[in-house]
Design a binder for this molecule. Structure first.
Ligand code: SF4
Length: 350
């Protein structure tokens, strides 16, 4: 009888197979490659999703304008060629090229772990940057809803956030973002480096159309969420001409963004090697200029100031507020800060 009862007990007693940790997964891949991920799920978008159990949800960071980051996923099917997070994938024995965009680690328990962390009496409710190493609204979020669960937990824990995304799916969570705005404060940074169709298709192959992202900004602002745009990164030779910058700034203004920030691409480690291979394959004639411009991680300060100066002029022309607070520097994780030359720069050629 007891066995009969046990066999008919509802599933809430079935705790399922424990998920491997990210360290376990790194070990598995080191020994057998990604084909050794036998319990990963390959979905219709051709990406492979490996569920993992995380031990911590909030990651402490130093040298940044915020002290904590939160990333419910690792890897990103948006697959932007310039993505600075590509290099983090290498830490999991995955490569920064195709595997960054096609093998995604899903932190299945992230919201539960986050709840424990923000419930601690010692938690100081400092700003959490969401989406610094992956897009929290990449398509798989529609299935797992991990970002949404985290927003609920952060609102309950009265913890303010800055969230960066290219995913229009964020409008699904307007209700949670409004709760968080009331409870602690929330700022959404929609990443729209350019509205130029060719540059978008070339550089951000898995993302939604830039105008769809801007329409999401409009929806968020109308819903009472503090939302603006990061033109980050501006990619030399692809999205940096005066005409492209102007069309982008104008579109951002037309969609009611509350602020705008910008940054020029930098290249480091796995991101650098991926981007240079991409250039070699698709745009070999641009290689020599890139090698000169990117002798170091960043292009020369004079170049960056020229781009930023031009964007500043356009921002003023179209009545957009410049965002100077911490989170606009998300694309510079080493915390580098520079003074931007206030003078208008007009000799910018790329
Ligand atoms: S959307 Fe963001 S995290 Fe995803 S690939 Fe593009 S830059 Fe990287």
């Amino acid at each position: 009888m007891a066995n009969q009862v046990a066999s008919t007990l509802p599933l809430f007693l079935d705790l399922g197979t424990p998920k491997p940790s990210t360290r376990d997964i790194a070990h598995t891949i080191r020994n057998g490659g990604t084909s050794a991920l036998t319990d990963a799920e390959r979905r219709a978008d051709e990406a492979t999703y490996q569920e993992v159990a995380c031990r911590s949800a909030l990651n402490p960071v130093s040298g940044m304008p915020f002290k904590w980051t939160l990333n419910p996923y690792r890897g990103c099917t948006h697959g932007c060629h310039y993505c600075f997070a590509r290099r983090y994938h290498v830490q999991f024995e995955l490569n920064a090229d195709d595997e960054f965009a096609s093998v995604i680690l899903v932190k299945r328990n992230v919201a539960e772990v986050l709840r424990r962390e923000v419930d601690r009496p010692a938690w100081k409710r400092e700003v959490v940057a969401v989406g610094t190493a992956t897009d929290p609204y990449q398509p798989i979020e529609g299935h797992y809803r991990l970002t949404r669960s985290c927003l609920e937990v952060l609102a309950a824990g009265r913890t303010p956030i800055g969230l960066v995304t290219k995913g229009p799916m964020i409008v699904r969570d307007c209700d949670k973002l409004r709760d968080l705005t009331r409870a602690a404060g929330a700022t959404v940074y929609m990443s729209v480096p350019t509205v130029d169709e060719e540059a978008w298709r070339t550089l951000e192959p898995g993302t939604a159309h830039p105008l769809q992202r801007l329409r999401a900004v409009r929806t968020l602002v109308d819903a009472g969420v503090n939302a603006g745009v990061l033109m980050a990164p501006i990619v030399p030779g692809f999205s940096s001409s005066r005409d492209k910058l102007e069309r982008t700034v104008k579109a951002i203004a037309d969609h009611g963004a509350r602020f705008v920030g910008c940054n020029v691409m930098y290249l480091q480690d796995g991101t650098r090697s991926h981007f240079m291979k991409f250039l070699e394959r698709e745009f070999p004639s641009m290689q020599p200029r890139y090698e000169r411009l990117y002798e170091q991680k960043y292009p020369p300060a004079s170049y960056r100031n020229e781009v930023r100066g031009m964007v500043r002029v356009l921002q003023e022309r179209y009545g957009l507020v410049r965002r100077q607070d911490a989170s606009t520097t998300v694309a510079e994780p080493d915390g580098t800060k520079e003074r931007v030359n206030d003078a208008e720069q007009v000799g910018f050629a790329w």
